[in-house]
Ligand binder design. Structure first.
Ligand code: IPE
Ligand code: IPE
Ligand code: MG
Length: 249
């Protein structure tokens, strides 16, 4: 049982982020270190997502957004892409019932229209079955790219202007996010990057403008609930100034 689940029970959970985003990186290295094929790392990573999502829900986090496959990941060898898609299929197939049972709403961010008809059907079914759940939402970013999301949003707004639904001067920082895949979600207060890379890799470029960024060398399949606790404790020490001055004197 982690720090936060204990605190939650004693009513001490304070300043937890509402929304945690995670770049699930390091699966390949995790497998290679064990002399296993990279696919074994992706499988372990998918299992870890389940553990972390359940833990987030249990301690009172409202949203978890996880980067599962980027618009750039298609550059990988076809065999790895096929294996990842196969694992997704397997994962969603198993998750359809467990997610609804465990009170987890699953939503998908990214252009899923290019995925196989079978995967799309599973995505739609999962979405449909868990749509009514309001307590906790896990978002899986699939064929997601931050730049792609911004370009699509700009196009969609331009189309609305052309169709006379709105005018350029209607566009504000509050309105623009309505055109993003993440429409309706609060911005993540905390972004976690396992695997040690100090970059965004095209993830949530708009949404993470003021997120606190926690990077750890721990590889995603090893990033357990204790490590999440450490990230949350670290988050609670951050002085979030948003360009202003510290309230702590
Ligand atoms: C992240 O793990 C999963 C995907 C990008 C699909 P990687 O496969 O990038 O793992 P490393 O970074 O090579 O260890
Ligand atoms: C980011 O990891 C994408 C996902 C975790 C889905 P990558 O492994 O693709 O990122 P880079 O290539 O190291 O930037
Ligand atoms: Mg990687």
């Amino acid at each position: 049982m982690g720090v936060f689940s204990t605190r939650q029970k004693t009513g001490q959970a304070s300043s937890l982020p509402r929304h945690v985003a995670v770049i699930m990186d390091g699966n390949g290295r995790w497998a290679q270190k064990r002399g296993l094929p990279r696919t074994a790392g992706h499988k372990a990573g998918a299992e870890n997502f389940r553990t972390i999502a359940t833990y987030c829900k249990d301690i009172g986090i409202e949203y978890l957004t996880a980067y599962a496959f980027s618009t750039e990941n298609w550059k990988r060898p076809q065999s790895e892409v096929d294996a990842i898609m196969g694992l997704l299929d397997e994962y969603l197939h198993e998750s359809i019932e467990t997610m609804a049972r465990d009170n987890i709403r699953l939503r998908f961010l990214g252009d899923t229209s290019v995925l196989s008809p079978r995967l799309r059907a599973l995505i739609d079914e999962t979405d449909e079955l868990t749509r009514h759940i309001t307590g906790f939402q896990a978002n899986i970013c699939l064929n997601y790219g931050g730049r792609d999301e911004l370009v699509r949003a700009a196009k969609a707004f331009a189309c609305d202007c052309v169709e006379g639904k709105c005018a350029p001067e209607d566009l504000t920082e509050a309105k623009f996010p309505e055109y993003l895949w993440s429409s309706g979600l609060p911005d993540p207060e905390l972004l976690i990057r396992p695997g040690g890379e100090l970059r965004m890799s095209n993830f949530l470029l708009w949404q993470c403008a003021y997120s606190e960024i926690y990077v750890t060398d721990t590889l995603w399949p090893d990033f357990g609930t204790d490590e999440l606790d450490r990230a949350l404790v670290w988050y609670q020490t951050r002085d979030r100034r948003f360009g202003g001055l510290s309230e702590k004197k």
